[in-house]
Every structure is written in C-alpha cells, then in structure tokens.
Design a binder for this molecule. Structure first.
Ligand SMILES: Cc1cc2nc3c(=O)[nH]c(=O)nc-3n(C[C@H](O)[C@H](O)[C@H](O)COP(=O)(O)OP(=O)(O)OC[C@H]3O[C@@H](n4cnc5c(N)ncnc54)[C@H](O)[C@@H]3O)c2cc1C
Ligand code: FES
Length: 267
C-alpha cells in the first residue's frame, strides 16, 4: 500500500446523475497515478469545523491521461449535503488513495462483479481496469442492482467498455425484477467452468452476506468491499472495526475496505 497523499483538489464537475446521487470529478494527478480499484478518498466536506470528521468515498473512475478522478456519492447527511453544494473551480481537501483495494484477477480467470446501489461506484473502476487488462469481453460479467430505474447509474459506462452488464431492480422497473444476487445464482447455474471464476462485490451488507454464502457454497474466491462509519481513516482509532473470522477484529479503513470473504464475519 502506497503512502496516502493530501491534496487540495480542484473540482472539475459536480452534478446530479440520479435523484440525490452526484458525480464529482476532481483534478488530483498524484492520487490518480497511485490509485487502485476499491480504494477510497477521505474527504473534508466543510471549510469550517463542522462536520469535523472526513467522509470516506470510493474512487469510481480514473483518467490516467488527464489526472482526473471521479467519485459518485449519495446525499445522506451533513457531509454529503455540503459536498453536493460545491461548485466547479473550487477546491476540496482530500486524502488518498486509502485502504486495500480489489486484487485483480489472473489472466485466465473470469470475473463476476456485483454492485448494489451506491456500491456500484467502485465497481465501475474495477470493471474498467479488468477490461483494460484482459481485452476479452467474455471474461467479465457485471451484475447491478438498484431499488428502482430512477436510481440506476453506470450502465452506459460499463456498456461502453464492452462489458456484459445485467441489471436488476427491486421493483422491476428496469431489467430483472429482484436482486443482483438472484442474477448471480442464475449465472453460476448456467456456467460449468466455475472453478475459473472470481467474484467481486460492493453493496449493502445483506447483499454481501448473500454473495459470501453463494461463493462459499461453490468454493469460488470472493472479494467483498465493506462500508463502516469511519473516523481517522488510517487505522489509528479502531472506529471502523469488523469481526474477523479468525481472532479479534479487522479495520475496514486499513485492512480493507476489500476483504476476502472468508476473512470477515458478516452475521
Ligand atoms: C470505504 C468506504 C467507501 C464509501 N464509498 C462511498 C461512495 O462511493 N459513495 C457514497 O455515496 N458513499 C460511500 N460511502 C459511505 C459514505 O462514507 C457515507 O454515506 C458518508 O460518510 C455519509 O456522510 P454524511 O455526513 O453525509 O452523513 P451522516 O450525517 O454522517 O450520516 C447520515 C446517515 O448515513 C449513515 N451512514 C453514514 N456513514 C455510513 C457508512 N459508512 N455506512 C453506512 N451508513 C452510514 C448514518 O448512520 C446516518 O443514518 C463509503 C463508505 C466507506 C466506509
Ligand atoms: S477509521 Fe480509525 S481505525 Fe478505521
């Protein structure tokens, strides 16, 4: 893991892409060069003391040529509310890249990537990176889940990469009616060569827990990106601890946010 960089990054764009979901583009070439899929930024949302704590947001897109980086965030509280009011041309104090990201698959592996809700954000960067390395569009399938059509994002981007993308919505307004984990079940039933597969997932805890069960039942390696409330973001405060399946606890900010499914207890 490389040393994180503190940057006063210029905001290039900050616009609403779905109700209460924003995409912000930042100019931060030093962080862009070092980032890996699954890593996150720790963002100071305010110029005053409140909120005091930075907010963790995943890196969703990287443009190595321009040094720009995209994040996609849902407005849920004070910090993200302040973030969505920032204008292009202003600057935001960020630290990154932080955490342990997704290990990229070996060349002979087939990746199944599952994203749920705002958890789709880091999946975009992961899919792009794997697509660049493999240059074989059969080697990646992305399964996305949203509550409803209005909240869907990232589909066009994935399709522009030539990546097979299947969408589920809880209410059936777009794609399959149901959960992305139903799609995972179906996918694995249709494929004989599951020993060549690797699963990646980011989304709500109940989705990750289901992915862990499905992958475990078929002995497929799975890497899950977890979300916990964070304070320091660098492993110093224990604020983001999750129960390990071995002994004690793991820190989401430093040992994760991406864990091999067997490492962590999601019950
Ligand atoms: C590694 C990591 C990556 C993340 N990536 C993204 C991302 O790409 N896009 C995105 O929109 N969000 C992401 N999050 C979640 C994001 O950090 C929180 O939504 C944000 O901190 C909320 O700040 P706030 O001040 O707006 O809300 P607050 O006022 O702090 O909280 C508002 C509500 O959201 C809940 N909440 C806050 N933080 C979390 C959390 N970490 N997990 C679950 N519930 C929480 C609170 O309990 C409360 O109900 C990520 C979290 C982690 C740990
Ligand atoms: S947020 Fe402080 S240890 Fe993870």
């Amino acid at each position: 893991m490389s040393t994180p960089i503190v940057s006063l990054a210029e905001i290039i764009q900050n616009s609403e892409i779905a109700p209460d979901i924003y995409r912000m583009e930042l100019q931060a070439p030093e962080i862009t060069q070092k980032a890996n899929p699954g890593q996150f930024l720790h963002i100071r949302c305010s110029d005053t003391v409140s909120p005091l704590l930075r907010r963790p947001i995943s890196i969703a897109q990287i443009n190595e040529k321009t040094g720009n980086m995209g994040i996609i965030y849902r407005v849920v509280g004070e910090g993200t509310q302040l973030l969505c009011q920032k204008s292009p041309g202003s600057r935001v104090d960020i630290i990154g890249p932080l955490g342990r990201g997704f290990p990229l698959p070996d060349k002979d592996k087939t990746s199944v990537i599952i994203g749920g809700g705002i958890g789709v954000a880091p999946i975009l960067y992961l899919a792009e990176k794997i697509a660049q390395q493999h240059k074989n569009d059969n080697s990646i399938t992305v399964l996305l889940g949203f509550v409803t059509k209005q909240e869907a994002f990232g589909i066009e981007f994935l399709e522009s990469l030539g990546v097979k993308t299947i969408v589920a919505t809880d209410d059936g307004t777009l794609g399959y009616k149901g959960f992305p984990t139903d799609l995972l079940d179906k996918y694995l039933k249709m494929h004989q060569d599951i020993s060549r597969h690797v699963i990646y997932a980011c989304g709500p805890k109940h989705m990750l827990s289901r992915v862990k069960t499905i992958a475990g039942g078929k002995n497929i390696p799975a890497y899950l990106s977890l979300e916990e409330r964070m304070a320091c973001g660098i492993g110093a405060c224990l604020g983001c601890s999750v129960k390990s399946t071995q002994e004690g606890y793991k820190k989401v900010c430093k040992d994760g946010p991406v864990f091999e499914a067997g490492e962590i207890d999601l019950d």
